[in-house]
Design a protein around this ligand. Sequence first.
Ligand SMILES: Cc1ncc(C[n+]2csc(CCOP(=O)(O)OP(=O)(O)O)c2C)c(N)n1
Ligand SMILES: [Mg+2]
Length: 420
Amino acid sequence: MPVPPEQGMKKELKRQQYLDLYYHMRLNRAVEDMMVKLFRQNKIVGGLYSSLGQEAISVGTAYALEKKDWLAPMIRNIGALLVKGVRPRDIFMQHMAKYDSPTKGKDGTSHFGDLDDLHIVSPISMLGDLIPVMTGVAMAGRYLGQKIVTMTWIGDGGSSTGVFHEGLNFAATQKAPFVLILENNLWAYSTPVRKQVPLENLADRAKAYGIDSYIVDGNDAVAVYSVAKEAVDRARAGEGPILIEAKSFRRMGHAQHDPAEYVPKEMRAYWEARDPIALYERFLSSEKLLDAKSKKEVEDKIDSLLAVEREFAENSPMPPPELAETGVYCTGDGCHKIRAKWERPRSSVKAVWTVPGFGSGKASDGANAPIHFGDTHAPQHRVGNDTKSANGGKPAAKMAAKAAPKKTVKTAGASRKARR
Ligand SMILES: Cc1ncc(C[n+]2csc(CCOP(=O)(O)OP(=O)(O)O)c2C)c(N)n1
Ligand SMILES: [Mg+2]
């Protein structure tokens, strides 16, 4: 399949911003490559997930946030953690369950956050649950007059959970300054998206809640950033939550254990030819923002950083066994003090609640507005070089249907007849 032209990558950022995006995408990939090696050496104790081919989404969306903003990553968002300022050593140690890891060795994947400095809420394994949580964080920020925006990510599979819909409805009715990135990578475990959602564009989910949405080519780093920045700016300005569907492809299996033999070869080949880093490198060199020398400098910088980070992680001890019985339940014996509400420090920021037209029930807030039976769908925007669909202009559903074998589907080792 031909590689579409990169006309979606518009030149509108500052030189340093282009290079930042590049550095973080390369760092994202290098950190994950190194973890695959650690996994194969049996040094990673939990599951290991890959965002290969989806780096432009994590990096481009998180890069649109300000330092004060909050995010909550899912399994394929290590790039977002790196953009927010998490050190690679913390990611390595967390996966290796080392004592110096953010959770002191009590987790083997990525369940950690940083509420104090980086404003990161820990991932929640139950898909979709971060949506109401991050809506709540957004509402709290508004209540405290902080003008923050919150962001989390959800997969195509996760967008079919009940809490996705409850959460998004809640965010919409509360007009929360919240941006939800729906990473449509065409697969949820071994289930192709067309078998679990009767929609071509998952961004259409937004219409049900009267909120705005965008569709973006998730392999186009600049398009992803541009759309995310616009959404974040609009959410911060009080326009309420926004849903962005980023179309891409899960290049590896669900996790390391899954060879993903159920993925049609043509589909994989198509997306491998659209590698987001390779596409971005081509764009950067055509715009004279990257040459062989500066590329080598980025690679050397990442290599030496990761050598130090890996050494630190490998030298960190495993946690002492007795630690396992601490911090599970707060018994009041010193793990932390739960203070009464009135004892907690007050914010110096005046608490405000300013959402025009929200919730008073008064006629002035639109409570008695006439009912319209016309097209009430919120608008949808399409951005990037390939946004009609993520498949070179072919609707995603048609592409998947064409590429998928009609009779047999292999699932993680076992074959079975596909019911169609
Ligand atoms: C509520 C809930 N149901 C099921 C699972 C098990 N589970 C974990 S990841 C996953 C597939 C997710 O697919 P998708 O949302 O498309 O994300 P992707 O893995 O493609 O990034 C499932 C079913 C879960 N974690 N939470
Ligand atoms: Mg998926």
